[in-house]
Write a protein that binds this ligand. Structure first.
Ligand SMILES: Cc1cc2nc3c(=O)[nH]c(=O)nc-3n(C[C@H](O)[C@H](O)[C@H](O)COP(=O)(O)OP(=O)(O)OC[C@H]3O[C@@H](n4cnc5c(N)ncnc54)[C@H](O)[C@@H]3O)c2cc1C
Length: 413
């Protein structure tokens, strides 16, 4: 059996290891698209801070790990997939044949469509190569203008500030981390960042970038502009799908997969950021671009590829973020559901906030700032769709009682 895995992030690596365990005789080839050993993007903030070196970002630390498991790493990018011939074109005239294929190509930063976006000094922060460029150029006093304050935009701030840079964040909407936080939670995060010396301009979007001597001029419109040594564009991500055009593999927002993580083409699977799969709460399909999802989907896809039918129980949207030391998290249907109820507690002076969203006597979503001790209980209650019974009313009165509510609900199952 020849297994080909396109992509060597967490989804690809866990899939390759699972395949080796379940199919000792199989041929396993994994394409690494960036000329790097398999690494975890989520380690990049620690690299920027200087807590780890580059090797610390590698998913497996033993340099002979893949060789020992007979996983062949090929430094090449998939250019196209031919699902009739069952081959992957890697651009060298020698297509790779497969019996089973896993698409684990993750996502890439969305590109801002503004004049000047190709100028030197414009970077994003997604790959090891991006991190190297930032480390080489970010020194005390370096002016960084960062467009975007989503999950990645927030998580990298600590590493940037630790280098002594002068950081200005532009936020298109009125709110930081708008896709995971309600306005109250977002406002607390903004206040926290401003108290640490970050300048934040909301409702601001550059019209274009130009040169001003050695610096970049960021044109904000209406005669306003900022000078920057580095312009960091972190405005969201899109799945890596281009090479699949014409392959017959069904694409929606990502590669559409069924409960076994198989695409519409038998024997072709997808896992991780690139896969569009069912959500455990809504039963609708969505992308879920977080590492725990990639790891779990890599494992499940591989079991299916090895001939052991296993169903993915469905994705669960939860994000745990640390912004300059302030912990925040968002779970499930944090914006609430039609006809649902909500309860919240706020202590703005201590940067503590908890908002709970209910559907009947089930908790379906939450936003937290500073309540990191509740993360496990919240996840258990929401992902497990546990009935709260009398604890619903108690949580409405005092949302901070999440832990006893979870213990009671879990023991009743
Ligand atoms: C700075 C940063 C911090 C983050 N922090 C967190 C965090 O704290 N928690 C969290 O849950 N998530 C975090 N994430 C998100 C997390 O890294 C992703 O969800 C995760 O990497 C997804 O894993 P994946 O294997 O699906 O994709 P990726 O890790 O993106 O791996 C995809 C692989 O496919 C390769 N590839 C792409 N196209 C091709 C091609 N055509 N041919 C061959 N190879 C190709 C890529 O080079 C890469 O090796 C962070 C991301 C960033 C950038």
């Amino acid at each position: 059996m020849r297994h080909v895995i396109i992509g060597s992030g967490p989804a690809g690596v866990v899939a390759a290891e699972t395949l080796r365990k379940d199919d000792p005789a199989a041929e396993i080839t994994m394409l690494c698209g960036e000329g790097e050993p398999p690494y975890a993007r989520m380690a990049i903030p620690y690299l920027l801070k200087g807590d780890i070196d580059e090797a610390g970002t590698y998913i497996r630390k033993d340099p002979r790990h893949y060789e020992r498991l007979r996983i062949s790493l090929v430094q090449a990018r998939a250019q196209a997939v031919n699902t009739s011939a069952r081959t992957v074109d890697i651009g060298n005239g020698r297509p790779l044949s497969f019996d089973r294929l896993l698409i684990a190509t993750g996502s890439r930063p969305s590109r801002e469509r503004i004049p000047g976006i190709d100028l030197p000094g414009v970077r994003t922060c997604w790959t090891l190569d991006d991190a190297r460029a930032i480390l080489a150029n970010a020194r005390p006093g370096t002016r960084i203008v960062q467009m975007g304050a989503g999950f990645v935009g927030c998580i990298i701030m600590e590493g940037l500030l630790s280098r002594g840079v002068d950081l200005t964040i532009l936020v298109r909407s009125g709110y930081m981390v708008r896709r995971m936080m309600n306005p109250t939670a977002s406002g607390l995060i903004q206040q926290w960042c401003e108290a640490k010396g970050v300048k934040i301009l909301t409702r601001t979007q550059p019209k274009g970038l130009g040169l001003n001597g050695d610096a970049l001029r960021v044109d904000l419109g209406e005669g306003r502009s900022l000078l920057a040594d580095i312009y960091l564009s972190v405005v969201g991500v899109d799945p890596n799908l281009d090479f699949l055009s014409g392959s017959g593999i069904e694409i929606g927002q990502g590669v559409i997969v069924d409960a076994n993580l198989q695409s519409n083409v038998p024997g072709v699977y997808a896992a991780g950021d690139v896969a569009e799969s069912a959500n455990v709460l809504t039963a609708k399909r969505d992308l879920n671009a977080i590492q725990p999802n990639a790891v779990e989907q890599g494992r499940i896809a591989a079991l299916n590829m090895a001939g052991r039918p296993v169903r993915f129980k469905g994705g669960f949207v939860f994000n745990v973020l640390t912004t300059l030391g302030l912990a925040s998290s968002s779970f499930g249907e944090w914006q609430g559901v039609p006809g649902g109820e909500s309860a919240e507690v706020l202590d703005a002076s201590r940067y503590r906030y908890l908002n709970l969203q209910f559907d009947g006597d089930r908790l379906v979503g939450a936003n937290c700032v500073g309540f990191s001790e509740h993360i496990g209980a919240l996840r258990g209650l929401i992902e497990g769709r546990l009935r709260l019974g009398i604890w619903k009313r108690r949580l409405m009165d005092d949302p901070a009682q999440v832990m006893p509510a979870y213990l009671s609900a879990a023991s009743a199952v």
